[in-house]
Design a protein around this ligand. Structure first.
Ligand code: FES
Length: 508
């Protein structure tokens, strides 16, 4: 039976079906003209073994649509293996954040990594984010979508295991289809063709780059966790199954270690953390908490496994930061008030909403400092609730982040007051309500006034590496000299981890 990669997720479907009939109810698309091929509304991005473009499609779709693999689901038949991205998935509202002011914005480069259309990508464990740049270096458009690999597990460990179990090729194909769908959608928005893209930069954590390139990830799964491939290399788009311009190169920035990836390299470059005389830190809070500290002219880094709670995954009603997600909460007249993305009915809660919710529950005393809920589950905004198990996940995650950060500082003998700034990167960090982060002890409360939220710095750094190839060697050299601070079995970390499991007292 042929395999249909639907929004990147493989499903078995009988050959000969119309695409509109092959979509399961959850991904069904409206057929306003009842599938007669007249309205042109049942658009999907589809590649693979499909029936030839019909006359109805030629009439309903533009040449640009056809070049970007847009098809009408009611007029297209499945002949074998194929990939379909529904427009809903390709245009899913993913929080990208706004690029903050930087001390030195990227300069126009004489050596960009493309000639016609360039793509910078942040390959996140949970989300994919991309930007398109035209030949003059102007940002044309940006967007994001969920990482379809989530189907194989919310965290990198599950996906590494799936790859070891023989799913490596499927995982690689899954993410390349996700990227193709996202880039197709962005090209469509910008009035350009996928085949105009002739240079790309993909930043991501080490495991994500391993899975993208189908590199056997055994070394990432067991002690001493030594990555044999740290990238700083250009591969062909063909080798990643990306249907962009023939011969297009994809630069993969250098990773620091098995668990501190190229996303941090790109973020450090963008943030200019590793410059100047002051002690500065950068943190990306996601499934993994990756952090770096610049102190006395040396770069130190570590990574801590936070689990997927802050990415909205793994919680009983967790979801991505998209329409329907509670992204913020506050207490008003002693009652919980939720803000929902897209001003719609709440369907779940995303990472920033979970942090706020925990802080609010402490404030209303519906939860005590040990994390015990008065009622399990506790309703946040009907029908969305948080369970006791969810709160335990949040405690493990916030303690891992805070303890990792404090261990990094203690390792170099730097007191908290000696840190001049802490840059918080990542989609989650952008929407984090800092007082809530301090209230639940995700970050030490005393450091909050020195926190800078810098958005998806991995994507912005990847953009710099795309626009100026001279920065690639500079970024690789910067991270090559970094000192890695191991947290595994580190007694300082172990003790701080246990200490930070509770929620701090109100004035803590
Ligand atoms: S449903 Fe109208 S063209 Fe497909």
């Amino acid at each position: 039976m042929p395999t249909l990669f639907l929004n990147g997720v493989p499903v078995s479907v009988p050959a000969g079906l119309r695409l509109s009939d092959a979509l399961p109810p959850a991904d069904a698309i409206p057929l306003p003209c009842a599938g007669l091929g007249r309205c042109g509304k049942c658009r999907v991005v589809a590649t693979g073994a499909l029936s030839p473009v019909s006359e109805a499609e030629k009439a309903a779709l533009t040449r640009e649509d056809l070049a970007n693999h847009v098809r009408l689901a009611c007029c297209t038949f499945l002949l074998g293996d194929a990939c379909v991205t529904t427009e809903k998935a390709a245009s899913a509202h993913i929080l990208l954040g706004t690029e903050p002011e930087t001390p030195a914005p990227p300069r126009p480069s004489s050596s960009p990594g493309y000639t016609r259309l360039g793509a910078a990508i942040d390959l996140g464990t949970t989300t994919l984010a991309a930007r398109l740049y035209d030949e003059t270096g102007r940002l044309l458009t940006q967007g994001g979508c969920p990482n379809p690999q989530s189907h194989f597990g919310a965290d990198v460990i599950a996906r590494i295991q799936a790859s070891i179990d023989g799913e490596g090729e499927t995982l690689a194909r899954c993410v390349s289809e996700g990227l193709t769908g996202l880039l197709s959608s962005l090209c469509g928005k910008a009035g350009r063709h996928l085949t105009d893209i002739d240079g790309l930069v993909i930043a991501g954590n080490t495991a994500m780059l391993y899975l993208l390139t189908n590199t056997p990830p055994h070394a990432l799964s067991k002690s001493p966790f030594q990555a044999g491939r740290l990238f700083d290399e250009t591969v062909t788009a063909e080798s990643l199954s990306l249907p962009v311009a023939p011969g297009a190169g994809v630069y993969l920035p250098r990773c620091l270690s098995a668990f501190v990836g190229a996303d941090i390299t790109a973020a450090l470059l963008f943030d200019q953390t590793a410059t100047g005389h002051e002690s500065r830190a950068l943190m990306d809070i996601g499934t993994n908490g990756e952090m770096a500290l610049w102190h006395n002219g040396t770069l130190y880094a570590c990574s801590t496994a936070a689990g997927p709670a802050f990415e909205g995954a793994g919680l009983s009603m967790g979801m991505n930061g998209e329409t329907g997600a509670i992204d913020h909460m506050r207490v008003e007249n002693g009652r919980l008030r939720a803000h929902v993305l897209g001003e719609s009915a709440p369907r779940g809660v995303c990472g920033s909403g979970v942090i706020d919710a925990a802080a609010c529950l402490l404030q209303t005393e519906q939860m005590d400092e040990t994390g015990l809920l008065e009622e399990d589950p506790t309703l946040l905004s009907p029908p969305v609730s948080l369970s006791q198990k969810d709160i335990r996940m949040v405690q493990l995650a916030k303690s891992a982040i805070c303890a990792g950060f404090l261990t990094l500082l203690q390792t170099v003998g730097l007191p908290l007051c000696g840190l001049s700034s802490l840059s918080v990167a990542g989609g989650f960090g952008s929407y984090l309500h800092l007082p809530s982060a301090g209230r639940i002890g995700l970050l030490p409360a005393s450091v909050l006034p020195r926190v800078r939220v810098i958005g998806n710095a991995s994507l912005y750094g990847a953009s710099q590496l795309l626009l100026d190839t001279a920065l690639r060697a500079k970024a690789a050299a910067m991270v090559k000299s970094a000192h890695l601070v191991p947290l595994h079995a580190n007694p300082v970390f172990v003790s701080l981890y246990a200490e930070n499991m509770l929620f701090p007292e109100e004035d803590g």
